[in-house]
Every structure is written in structure tokens, then in C-alpha cells.
Design a protein around this ligand. Structure first.
Ligand code: NAD
Length: 369
């Protein structure tokens, strides 16, 4: 029997609520398959900071170091609550970026997917959606502006100033592009390279490397597109995209727009892969506005489990069962509160009910040989 250690970082806000449902799914997967999961919960984020003064405590690092994969809930506080934590210790700067750096998880895969049967959740018109939305954003996750040197001070004129550096070397750019080309080869062999080379020198280098890497993948058609134009076209014609690759900050912003065209960030899971270790997390934040109400959509967290099963444990068929179970709940006419308005003809369910319905469906799914 295969055995895997999984670090469970429930996080802040809605994190513990949606993680609870994800863990139930993991336990059912364990029952249904010849596999054992050792779940190792650990504090991470604002909750960890308030407990011990560190958003990414040493104990959590040790647990994550041992783990075969990390399942992470969203972290962070509301704008006002964040002020209770010194800037450099706040969850993103104090935990999230250090984790990405520690495990060098440079490749972030963010599926933006809405089968035709769920198209009613999207704010886009049916004629724009066509056969549904099915694209994946590949975001560079450990470089660029978010990781560059920062300087804050007062300049010669006595004015407060800030300087942040966007830095990439060719190796960092090449490795993420290679991941994107490999993914394009497994999908439709079309790659949209998102850049801003009309303004940013970093994009000029990015595009040069893209052209070099493209020579190794002659079957992939590469389409270069400015990030601002990509934002518009995601709304006007998402069907033209399949694999989109981009640097860190562009990916942060465009992928939230991806959640927008689906109807909710609650439909956005993700995989953050390094050469040695990967972690899996919803693309969204801790949603402080709805935390503690049992109304968050756990699709993003359970979808992150499905991505972990497939990418870290090679359990493709069971991962597909998990996706099908989640989508099946929606096609049965149910909806979580983020996706529909009351009175829109759907049956509203809360976080726990969604989780239970996924389990019911998964119990009935064909067992994987
Ligand atoms: P957010 O992503 O938490 O929420 C944006 C909107 O989407 C809110 O209206 C929220 O209710 C809704 N939403 C998000 N996930 C949902 C779900 N699963 N079900 C239903 N609705 C959902 O963004 P924010 O409010 O700007 O940020 C809150 C905190 O999260 C901040 O501290 C931010 O820094 C942090 N954050 C963390 C991560 C991460 O852990 N990787 C990512 C993004 C933001």
C-alpha cells in the first residue's frame, strides 16, 4: 500500500471551513483506494502569528519539510484586521512568500474551468461562453516584483518613496515556459504568451526566451498577447484561450479575473509546483467577509485535493472522480451562495452540505483498479 504524508494548513478566515470538507474527501479517497494518508495539521497564517508571533512557525516548517505534499487553505486578514500585525509579519509576507521561496514552487497552475452545464454561473452571456470555459493559467510564482528587492525611505526632496524591483534571470523564465509548453503539448498545442513588452524590459527578455523555448516545441502554436489586451479578451472571448503563461504579478491579477468570468473565486483551485515539493491551495484569499458563516464554496479547496491526487500521487482516475462529483452536485441543480442569487431557480446549499453531497457522489463513483 502506498503511503503519503500531507501537511494540512487550514489557514485563516474561511480556510478551516473549506479545509474540513476537503479533509473529508481525502479520507474517503483513502477508504476507496489502496493508499494511506498521514495528515499532519499545522498552524500557518494570521492564526499562527497570533498564537506564537510567527505566521510560518518553525514547527510548521518542519512538518512541511517532511510532507510529500502540502494542502494549504487561504490565509490573510481583512484590511483593517491586518493592521494588528507588523507589515513584514503579515500572512503573505510572513508566511506565503517564504513558503514559496522555501520550496521553490515556481510553477503555479490555475485552471479556469466551467463545463457547459454550469455556464449559468458565469456572468458572461451564453453566446460568449459557447461550449463552456476551459483554460489554464500558468503563473511564475517565485520571481518578479513580488520577490524583488524593496526599499522604503525619504528622498533628497524630503518625500517618502518606495522602490520595488522586478527581476528575472533567463533560467527562471525558461523553466516556467518549459512547463507551459509541456502542458500545451498535452492539451490543444496552443500557448498564449502574456507579456507587456511594449513597456517592460522584463517582458522583452521573457519573449526572447519564449522564442528560444518554442524551437523545442515546434508543434505548439505560440500567440503573443499583451496582458492588458488579454484581460479584455478573457471577458469577450475566453474560448480562444487554452494554456496561458505569464509572470508572477500578471498571473495573480488575471487569474482572479478568471474566477470572475466563472462566477466566483470559489471555483478556483490551484497547484504550486517545485522540483522537490508541491503545495496545493485555492487561488483566492481568506474571504473575511463571509468567514464563520458556513456559506463559503469549498470547490476550490476540494479541487486542490483533486490536483494533489493527480500531480503528486499519480491518482488521475480518482482525481477525475472528485471533479465529476463536485460538478455533479451543481448539475443536480444545487448552488452555493457565491454562485447564484436566491430565487434564481437553484437549490442553495451551504459549505457542509456541498461537502456531504460530494461525498455521496464519490461513494457511488466507479472504484479505480
Ligand atoms: P478574497 O479572495 O478573500 O475574496 C474576494 C471575494 O471573493 C470576497 O467577496 C469573498 O467572499 C469571495 N470568495 C473568495 N473565496 C470564496 C469561496 N471559496 N466561496 C465563496 N466566496 C469566496 O480576497 P480579499 O478579500 O481581497 O482578501 C482577503 C485576504 O486574503 C487578504 O488578507 C488577502 O491578502 C488574502 N489572500 C490570500 C491568498 C492566499 O492565501 N493564497 C490569496 C489571495 C488573497
Amino acid at each position: 500500500m502506498k503511503s503519503y504524508k500531507i501537511a494540512i494548513l487550514a489557514g485563516d478566515g474561511i480556510g478551516p471551513e473549506i479545509m474540513e470538507e476537503a479533509v473529508k474527501v481525502l479520507k474517503l479517497v483513502e477508504e476507496r483506494n489502496d493508499v494511506q494518508f498521514e495528515l499532519m495539521p499545522a498552524a500557518f497564517g494570521a492564526n499562527a502569528y497570533f498564537e506564537c508571533g510567527d505566521a510560518f512557525p518553525e514547527e510548521t516548517k518542519a512538518i512541511c519539510d517532511q510532507a510529500d505534499a502540502i494542502l494549504k487553505g487561504p490565509i490573510g486578514l481583512s484590511h483593517e484586521e491586518s493592521k494588528k500585525i507588523p507589515i513584514d509579519k503579515q500572512p503573505e509576507r510572513g508566511a506565503l512568500l517564504p513558503m514559496r521561496r522555501r520550496y521553490n514552487t515556481y510553477a503555479n497552475f490555475r485552471p479556469v474551468s466551467l463545463p457547459k452545464g454550469l455556464a449559468h454561473f458565469s456572468p458572461l452571456k451564453p453566446e460568449v461562453i459557447g461550449e463552456g470555459i476551459d483554460l489554464i493559467m500558468v503563473r511564475e510564482l517565485v520571481g518578479g516584483l513580488y520577490f524583488g528587492e524593496k526599499e522604503v525611505g525619504v528622498n533628497d526632496k524630503g518625500l517618502r518613496y518606495v522602490k520595488e524591483t522586478l527581476e528575472y534571470d533567463e533560467e527562471q523564465i525558461r523553466r516556467i515556459l518549459v512547463e507551459a509548453f509541456k502542458l500545451a503539448m498535452r492539451r490543444k498545442k496552443v500557448l498564449h504568451n502574456i507579456h507587456k513588452s511594449n513597456v517592460l524590459k522584463s517582458s522583452v527578455l521573457w519573449n526572447e526566451i519564449a522564442e528560444e523555448v518554442a524551437k523545442d516545441y515546434p508543434e505548439v502554436e505560440v500567440k503573443h498577447i499583451l496582458v492588458d489586451a488579454a484581460a479584455t479578451l478573457l471577458c469577450l472571448n475566453p474560448g480562444q484561450f487554452d494554456v496561458m503563461v505569464m509572470e508572477n504579478m500578471f498571473g495573480d491579477i488575471l487569474s482572479d479575473q478568471g474566477g470572475g468570468i466563472l462566477g466566483s473565486l470559489g471555483l478556483m483551485p490551484s497547484a504550486c509546483q517545485g522540483d522537490e515539493k508541491s503545495y496545493y491551495e485555492p487561488s483566492h484569499g481568506s474571504a473575511p467577509d463571509i468567514a464563520g458563516k458556513n456559506i463559503a464554496n469549498p470547490y476550490s479547496m476540494i479541487g486542490s485535493v483533486a490536483m494533489m491526487l493527480e500531480n503528486s500521487f499519480g491518482m488521475e482516475a480518482e482525481a477525475k472522480n472528485v471533479w465529476d462529483a463536485m460538478q455533479g452536485v451543481f448539475t443536480d441543480g444545487y448552488s452555493t451562495a457565491d454562485l447564484s442569487k436566491p430565487g434564481s431557480g437553484v437549490r442553495m446549499i451551504n459549505t457542509t452540505e456541498f461537502g456531504e453531497k460530494v461525498l455521496e457522489k464519490l461513494r457511488k463513483a466507479p472504484k479505480v483498479a
